[in-house]
Design a protein around this ligand. Structure first.
Ligand code: ATP
Length: 461
């Protein structure tokens, strides 16, 4: 099934309103996708659950919502202007551009002699050499240029008069807003060390590799945490282990992703960013193989030091009891909400005979319940069903369908992953009971209307 799982998911996403290609009427926009009616509900559920688990349920976390456009010095301080580069190479004949590391990764796939090669360890020069030495060609079979550095930051400008405009960037990550607000957060809250700041928001990267659906897009939503601590008091390795457990627990227990599709990968010394002491990726087994879902890095005090230097503002902390002054260190768990969205679809996609259904954890399903009158042309059935629908809607996200026959309605609810369908039939008019059909087993039980609410609430606990 894995072979064409990607096509099946992309097609279901379009057919049922999870994901549409952006600006499709104009021929689409490269690596850009819109979230349709059920997709918007699913991504919102994931985003809200992240916020609830990592911000609201913890005493040591606060939230932030900083801007997409920050002062441009931010990106000089963070190193993005100088170093946020990817290796780009060109097909000499078609002029098509590729990310050199991704192209080499695809080229060595299934070639046994390169089974142990870690492309992430290559420098720009080593990639160029590998391409020449091994006569690597473009996917069209043409010669390739040598890799060039390509900065992924998008830029734009502020100002109305042409010569008074100044260049700014769309943020390449949400983290830098946290560092630049660090002092304001300390001064405005009563939070004690160790503590973290989390935020969810759009980030932008001019990606060279295309065609990976919502896995890699130009515009995406990040959920990042900076967890600040005093390295003389807290042991970073212990903190890192605790955060790794939290990440896994969120993915498996809250989102319901299967353990077997997840693995940890530690960055090698060569691959790791210069400021990081240790980095792990939580990888997921996507339809196109194991790739990063969520990264966690120990970034030391690099970012606060850089911003202090570039802004001239001291970004340290004075302990009010001991008077000790120190620059906090940070651990950063950073994930793309869109990748979490994508893995919930990959993991939930199920085929049984000719039945296709999305086996979402009910907590993340776009709709929890669908309510149907058995037939649409019997006013007594419709008004009864309508009342049940309105009552349930007070507490749950519920949908209504009275089109076509019951089989078709079940089919379409299965494809959007609705866990339960309630049908009002003739017996309902006699004894106030309805049928509840379960998505995963396709079996039905009969129950009194008065039990529905507690039945669903219990299941959603
Ligand atoms: P990759 O190696 O896949 O390009 P990265 O290591 O550059 O990712 P980070 O800078 O660590 O990614 O960003 C944190 C998280 O943001 C990633 O783990 C991923 O979930 C998400 N992310 C990064 N780039 C994109 C993108 N272009 N589209 C969607 N999500 C992204």
């Amino acid at each position: 099934m894995k072979d064409n799982l990607m096509e099946k998911i992309v097609s279901l996403c379009k057919r049922r309103g999870f994901v549409f290609p952006t600006s499709e009427i104009y021929g689409g926009l490269i690596s850009s996708y819109d979230y349709g009616p059920v997709g918007a509900a699913l991504i919102r559920n994931i985003r809200n659950l992240w916020w609830k688990e990592f911000i609201e349920r913890r005493d040591d976390m606060v939230g932030l919502d900083s801007q997409i456009i920050l002062h441009p010095r931010t990106w000089e301080a963070s190193g993005h202007v100088a170093n946020f580069n990817e290796p780009m190479i060109e097909d000499k004949k078609t002029n098509k551009r590729y990310r050199a590391d991704h192209l080499i990764e695809n080229w060595i796939k299934d070639k046994e002699q390169f089974a142990d090669l870690v492309v992430e360890n290559f420098t720009f020069e080593e990639m160029g050499k590998f391409i020449i030495d091994n006569k690597v060609k473009s996917p069209e079979g043409n010669d390739l240029s040598s890799p060039k550095k390509f900065n992924q930051l998008f830029n734009t400008s502020i100002g109305v008069i042409e010569d008074a405009k100044f260049e700014v960037y769309l943020r390449g990550e949400t983290a830098q807003g946290i560092f630049s607000d660090f002092k304001n957060i300390l001064d405005s809250t009563r939070i004690k060390f160790p503590f973290g700041v989390g935020q969810i928001g759009k980030s932008f990267r001019n990606e060279i590799t295309t065609g990976q659906f919502v896995f890699r897009t130009l515009e995406f939503e990040q959920a990042e945490i900076e967890y600040f601590f005093d390295p003389e008091v807290s042991d970073w390795e212990k903190l890192m282990d605790e955060w790794k457990l939290q990440m896994i627990s969120f993915v498996t227990k809250v989102l319901g992703i299967k353990n077997e599709n997840l693995r940890w990968r530690r960055h090698t010394d060569k691959e790791r960013s210069h400021y990081s002491k240790d980095t792990y990726d939580l990888d997921y087994n996507y339809p196109f193989g194991w790739k990063e879902l969520w990264g966690i890095a120990y970034r030391t005090d690099y970012d606060l030091k850089q911003h202090a230097q570039f802004s001239g503002v001291e970004l340290n902390y004075r302990d009010p009891i001991t008077n000790k002054v120190f620059i906090p260190h940070v651990i950063e768990p950073a994930v793309g909400i869109n990748r979490l969205f994508f893995i919930t679809l990959c993991d939930a996609y199920t085929e049984e005979g000719d039945r296709i259904f999305l086996k979402f954890n009910p907590k993340i399903a776009p709709y929890k319940v669908a309510v149907f009158p058995l037939v649409a042309n019997k006013p007594e059935l419709v008004s009864k069903a309508r009342r049940i629908y309105e009552d349930l809607k007070e507490k749950l996200v519920v949908t209504w369908d009275d089109r076509g026959n019951i089989g078709k309605r079940y089919y379409s609810q299965d494809e959007i992953g609705t866990p339960w369908c309630v049908t009002v039939d003739y017996q309902t008019l006699e004894d106030e009971t309805v049928t509840v059909r379960d998505r995963d087993t396709a079996t039905q039980i009969r129950m009194p209307i008065s039990d529905l609410d507690s039945y669903f609430q219990n299941k959603l606990k």
